[in-house]
Design a protein around this ligand. Sequence first.
Ligand SMILES: [Zn+2]
Ligand SMILES: [Zn+2]
Length: 267
Amino acid sequence: MTDVWEVYAINYAQRQGRTRADSFLFDDHSSSAHQMEYYIWVLKQGTDVILVDTGYDHEEAKKRGRPIRLSPVEALAPLSIHPEQVKSIICTHLHYDHAGGLHLFPNATVHLQQAEMTYATGPCMCHQVLRMPYSNNHIHSAIDKLYSDKLVFHTGDSTVTSGVSVHLVGGHSRGLQVVRVFTDSGWLVLASDASHYYENYLENKLFPIVVDAEDMLAGFSRIRNLCTHATLIVPGHDPLVLDYFPETYASFVRRLDKGVVDSCPLQ
Ligand SMILES: [Zn+2]
Ligand SMILES: [Zn+2]
């Protein structure tokens, strides 16, 4: 029997001063304001905890001029999760806002697509524009994990444990993977940056940070096919996640596996 998991989204940062041009290529209202939210996701089953991405710390926030509300450790406190107890991290991709806390979880094994490590350490990184979403020290942290037997490479579709699998999508970065997790409500998909907003996949709109447009578009269909119902697709950066899913533990934590609130229009 497939294991059933609880799933949480923790909203650790917010960025304003963006426009729709920063979220959608070829948009009709490109100069309108468009806010972005940042999340860490947690899969829980009894005392077992799997983090999906880690956010980033105050040092990175200062360096990029992108403040955070909560450091990765602070973000996990409401769920009583201590960094030492985290044994597994699924890293959807190595961008700074997803892999910026790998160094804070000394006992965690990291699950990463092989294609992401190849991309983030290969010749493409000679181009500043492609390197921009990555941070040197985060890549070093991933390599530290590799050299201490705490990195598992996945290629394509792969099972992490019962009820949890990863699926290579690419598009936004070469090795971007989404996470499929079995819950009381069915198969839920943490899309991460395969769809930053609901609008990206619902309207087939490309996000401007894209290394392969065709893969990004194929990814939109992929995430639909992986979930049991559209309400179980969770975009990576959408403020609407905070409206659609019920609050639990703290004002910045949402429970994702028990279904959406009654007012959610996706039902
Ligand atoms: Zn990204
Ligand atoms: Zn992101």
